[in-house]
Ligand binder design. Structure first.
Ligand SMILES: [Zn+2]
Length: 114
């Protein structure tokens, strides 16, 4: 009898698994998005006027709101990346392998995340 391993569903944007994300929404064709990535997208959409006619068309107030949302999104993504790196290190994954996945040297990965 063949043992079939259940494949974990993952967020197509950040890579969080179904057990790591509070919610995972399917988008068809095997693509998913997690609650955290939906939140980041909502921040970007809230800060961007519709229809979007370029950053130069935005008022100072709109741009200041947009940069605040962008900065919050970057901070959230950085925290997510840091958590993923820490999980990899707990699994004894080498800095060389992490650096390779990120397209940087072992030293650069270590300096950035340790
Ligand atoms: Zn995600």
């Amino acid at each position: 009898m063949l043992a079939l391993a259940k494949r974990k569903l993952r967020c197509s944007f950040c890579g969080k698994s179904e057990t790591e994300a509070a919610r995972l929404i399917g988008g068809g064709s095997g693509r998913y998005i997690c609650d955290a990535c939906v939140g980041i997208c909502n921040n970007i959409l809230d800060a961007t006027p519709v229809p979007f006619s370029g950053w130069d068309a935005m008022s100072e107030e709109q741009l200041l709101t947009a940069v605040k949302a962008s900065e919050a999104s970057i901070a959230a993504l950085h925290a997510l990346l840091q958590a993923q790196i820490e999980a990899l290190r707990k699994q004894d994954v080498s800095w060389a392998a992490i650096g390779q996945a990120l397209g940087v040297s072992r030293q650069a990965a270590w300096e950035r995340f340790s």
